[in-house]
Ligand binder design. Structure first.
Ligand code: GUN
Ligand code: ZN
Length: 436
């Protein structure tokens, strides 16, 4: 046995960023492709007629006729502890946090509850084709520990962290600068870099951390330079006004994060809707990434992310797509791609289907500093693969069959598709879901 596995079907990978070169030139598309997997990594991707000739005899081949292999999806910002409040509506972000989010998150002091929700979360995202996710935990170290324990056996690449919040939150959801630091450190030592797991220092947002807590974030990033940092930035106008009142000496929201040492590579901030040109420039020049969360922004009425401004020539902020459940309304990255299109349309610069797919794969990988590990069908990357197949959905099957080209086919799948259009998911070469 060569330890090789082959997947056969149509396949789509990227050779360039479709926000930099015309989308049609950014992709490599084979109508009959072979994707080779060895030891969890991609060992080859190309036309089947060429690769079949070199395939050692006896290599197992999984066939997906009618399917399109694409890179596994990446959700750059999601709260596993908010599954229980999806679809609960409040008049604004801050009210939604107070009335629904914080009470639900208090339940995560109970580790058994946290573990049950973590399992559901991991099983669901895998079913929807998400093979990498950056996940917010609650303030409770035990809940994040349970998430990591469950993730360790899932095959998925999970970056997560316990939320740091030592003020402006209910007593039961507050840590202290010291306990937040100690808990984070313990979780980092236990989980960061173990298998496919990584740790993100997670100051929830600037309102909920004191200056002393901000200092611990800097200390952790200094002690462990390859950590991620995840937080929220400039989501609603009320929130922006509140942050400015809390930090009167800072020139704007981005300056708050700048002075707190929360910008730079591997820092990814959710939303970034109400930004000035100065703030965007600073985000770009520091190599900070943004997580675009369109279903969340529509659900809470937070605003319309200006993707074209983030991608302005010469600026090119790294942007990854994200569900932001539970403000987001679906764990499905297909549904999230459709929402990204709708938001970009309202902004006057509609993304193409290939660009939307990039935001959920290669672009997201770049935003997380993981472009050399995931997000594409390229030799050497982790074998994270989603097979899209319209056939179980009668209307989508009919609509997709009429598509004149790949772009139209992808657009139909993004517009109509959901978990039923996900025929198979491979994470690090292993087909999911694993047995429960
Ligand atoms: N800002 C601070 N916390 C949160 C959260 O949990 N969800 C969203 N959407 N925004 C936030
Ligand atoms: Zn969020």
């Amino acid at each position: 046995m060569s330890g090789l596995l082959a997947l056969r079907g149509a396949g789509l990978g990227f050779v360039a960023d479709p926000f930099v070169v015309p989308p049609a030139e950014a992709v490599v598309h084979h109508t009959d492709a072979l994707l080779l997997i060895r030891e969890g990594r991609i060992a080859g991707f190309g036309p089947a007629d060429r690769l079949l000739r070199e395939l050692p005899p006896g290599t197992p081949v999984d066939r997906f006729p009618g399917g399109l292999m694409v890179p596994g999806f990446i959700d750059c910002h999601v709260h596993f502890a908010q599954l229980g409040i999806i679809g609960v509506c409040g008049p604004s972000l801050l009210d939604w946090l107070d009335r629904f989010t914080f009470p639900e998150e208090q339940r995560f002091a109970d580790e058994a509850y946290a573990r049950m929700v973590a399992r559901l979360f991991l099983r669901e995202i895998a079913r929807y084709g998400t093979t990498t996710a950056a996940v917010f935990g609650t303030v409770h170290a035990g809940a994040t520990d349970a998430l990591f324990e469950e993730a360790a056996g899932s095959g998925l690449r999970i970056i997560a962290g316990k939320s740091l919040m030592d003020r402006q939150a209910p007593e039961a959801l507050r840590d202290t600068a010291q306990s937040g630091y100690d808990d984070s450190r313990r979780l980092i030592e236990r989980w960061h870099g173990r298998g496919r797991l990584g740790y993100a220092v997670t100051p929830r947002f600037a309102a909920t951390s004191s200056p002393a807590q901000h200092e611990t974030v800097v200390a952790l990033r200094r002690e462990f330079p390859d950590l991620w940092l995840q937080s929220h930035l400039s989501e609603t106008l009320d929130e922006v006004a509140w942050i400015r009142s809390l930090y009167p000496r800072c020139r704007d929201y981005v300056d708050v994060l700048d002075q707190a040492g929360q910008l730079g590579p591997r820092a990814i901030h959710g939303h970034g809707i109400h930004l000035s040109e100065r703030e965007r420039e600073r985000i770009a020049e520091t190599g900070t990434a943004l997580a675009h969360c369109p279903t969340s922004n529509l659900f809470l009425g937070s605003g319309l992310f200006d993707l074209a401004a983030a991608k302005a020539p010469g600026r090119a902020i790294a942007v990854g797509l994200a569900t932001d459940v539970g403000a987001g309304t679906s764990l499905s990255m297909l549904r999230t791609m459709a929402a990204a299109y709708e938001v970009s349309r309202l902004r006057g610069h509609p993304v193409t289907p290939v660009q939307a797919l990039w935001l959920a794969t290669g672009g997201a990988a770049g935003a997380l500093g993981l472009g050399d590990r995931v997000g594409n069908l390229r030799s050497g990357l982790d074998a994270d693969v989603v097979v899209l197949d319209p056939s179980p959905m009668p209307l989508l099957a009919w609509r997709a069959a009429r598509a004149a080209d790949l772009d139209e086919w992808l657009g139909a799948v993004q517009t109509l598709g959901d978990d039923r259009a996900i025929a198979a998911v491979f994470a690090a070469g292993r087909r999911l879901p694993p047995p429960v």
